[in-house]
Design a protein. Sequence first.
Length: 124
Amino acid sequence: MYTLDTNAIIYYQKRDPRVVPILREILGNPITTVYVSTVTEAELFSYPNLSDEDKETLDAILPVVSLVPPISQIARLAGSIHATHRLKLADSFIAATALFTGSTLLTRNVRDFKKIPQLSLQAI
């Protein structure tokens, strides 16, 4: 089980040669559960220069993942992470989503997330 950080999807969109094979394998495996926080979804669609091609890539990815809304348990956990580890609030929600789902967070931002000792991380 994996939770995708926003930057994992961005690097996939940009066809980063290190990220594309990893995400293709994960997203193409029907027995692997992949979570994406709806906070990540909001971040992805908030970029002012989002091209039509970028939107198409997002529209292809999002239906094959499990979107996780910021329910109360995740919101409280995110608040605690934000207060304790001083992560940005969006990153706190993404980390809380990974913790709540018991999944490994795929990210390039290992430096900030490694502050959370119970969070499983995989660098991409």
